[in-house]
Write a protein that binds this ligand. Structure first.
Ligand code: HAM
Length: 416
């Protein structure tokens, strides 16, 4: 039975210190995306399985091996969302938003993938996610990548991050490339890893980012996608790169960058790090012009990206402490009652207040210290009678008597 008291493999409890980092990442993402005109939305944690199956690609790892799918009690096949984009596209269609373009959505929350857990890879993880729907101009791609860079900068982790970009071209360019790639890889068919042998049949471009060392050697001399771009795709990507250069966004071109989900076209990008072992992408996305139409909506271009909150938090150098309270330390049962009332008043005034709940003065002072208090208000029967309290400043160590009527003014310096 005891193992049942552990969280399920690949899931984690998020305790206060970690949660503060999560909040830090989420708030920064929300603030910055607001500067770019994004509004927060929330879509359901589960959707009909079809929503993901049709859009992410039947041959993708996520659909093939990683979805948490089940029949609910009504017999509907449901999947816990493995990513946000398909659900948002569904929400865009369901809410009839076609006439309100362009739209910019930010969202955050948990996602579920049945992956092999390791450092930086969980089965329940969290993302900050951004979608810009309805703009076919490469300006949208530039703006999104610039926003990703902005977020990385604001989080203070730029020195650990490399931005990699690629273009997957339009579907005509990809079909041409796929044929060339398959022709090349067929010559090495027997030397490929087992996974890549399967991918060669089903999704050959995924072989380009195989982690297998032998595959990597084969792929090193494979044809590159840029040789298969038609004029339109080449022009589109040229404008994206020029725009990024104009904004001094530093990037590396990575022609092997293919995304794990099938809905992408044209621009694909990943902000990667060496600091998290093999799980190197912290923020990733690209353009997905065909997705909404695939789901039954009208042809609507879009571009977006998502960042893993666990991975971003792990890279932060900041330590975010809990707000520092004022502690109230009553001596005796009368004072105890008054302490509760005083705490109530101060909290209504917006102060952070800690009550020690029990113990003698010494114990409560210790608790106040442990709670990282800025000050303590100490009083017993005598002080109650004289309508005064003792105020101890934890920075200077000084203690002074303050009349009850002046207390609020005196506490102003301890406001958070
Ligand atoms: P993705 O590349 O599958 O893209 O995931 C984006 C980010 O989520 C990854 O770079 C990583 O930081 C984090 N992540 C993914 N899987 C895990 C995991 N098992 N454990 C921890 N973190 C993970 C998408 O999800 C796309 N929907 C992004 C997008 C939005 N494209 C367009 N719009």
């Amino acid at each position: 039975m005891t193992h049942k008291l552990q969280p399920v493999r690949g899931t984690k409890d998020i305790m206060p210190d970690s949660y503060r980092l999560f909040e830090y990442v989420t708030q920064k993402a929300k603030q910055i995306s607001a500067c770019y005109g994004f509004s927060q939305i929330s879509t359901p944690i589960f959707e009909f399985t079809e929503i993901f199956k049709r859009t992410l690609g039947e041959e993708s790892d996520v659909v093939g091996k990683e979805m948490y799918s089940f029949d609910d009690r009504g017999g509907e096949n449901i999947t816990l969302r493995p990513e946000f984009t398909a659900g948002i596209a569904r929400g865009f269609i369901s809410n009839g938003l076609q006439n309100q373009l362009p739209l910019k959505f930010f969202c955050t929350g948990p996602l579920f993938r049945y992956e092999r857990p390791q450092k930086g890879r969980l089965r329940q993880f969290h993302q900050i996610n951004f979608e810009l729907i309805g703009v076919d101009s490469p300006l949208a791609d530039i703006e999104m990548i610039a926003m990703g860079t902005h977020i990385i900068q604001e989080l203070g982790i730029s020195d650990k991050i490399t931005l990699e970009i690629n273009s997957l071209g339009d579907s005509q360019s990809r079909i041409k490339y796929r044929d060339k790639l398959v022709e090349y890889l067929n010559d090495y068919k027997n030397d490929l890893s087992d996974d890549s042998k399967i991918r060669l049949e089903k999704n050959p471009m995924r072989i380009l980012d195989s982690k297998n060392e032998h595959d990597k050697k084969i792929v090193a001399s494979a044809p590159v996608i840029s040789d298969s771009y038609n004029a339109e795709s080449a022009d589109f990507f040229a404008v994206v790169k020029e725009g990024l250069d104009g904004l001094d966004v530093v990037y590396q071109l990575n022609e092997k960058l293919v995304r794990g989900l099938d809905y992408y076209c044209h621009t694909a990008f990943e902000f990667t790090t060496d600091a998290l072992g093999s799980q190197n992408a912290v923020l990733a996305g690209g353009r997905y012009d065909g997705l909404i139409a695939t789901m039954g909506g009208s042809q609507t271009p879009a571009v977006g990206f998502a960042g893993g909150i666990e991975r971003l938090s792990a890279l932060l150098d900041v330590k975010i402490v809990a707000p520092q309270p004022i502690s109230i330390i009553p001596i005796g049962s009368e004072a105890e009652k008054e302490a509760l009332k005083l705490a109530h008043t101060l909290r209504n005034e917006g102060f952070y207040v800690e009550l020690g709940y029990s113990g003698n003065v010494k114990k409560r002072m210790k608790k106040a210290g442990n709670a990282n208090s800025k000050a303590a208000i100490i009083f017993g029967d005598n002080e109650l009678e004289q309508k005064i309290v003792n105020l101890k400043d934890f920075y200077s160590g000084e203690e002074s008597q303050v009349s009850a009527s002046q207390l609020l003014d005196r506490l102003e310096i301890y406001r958070n």
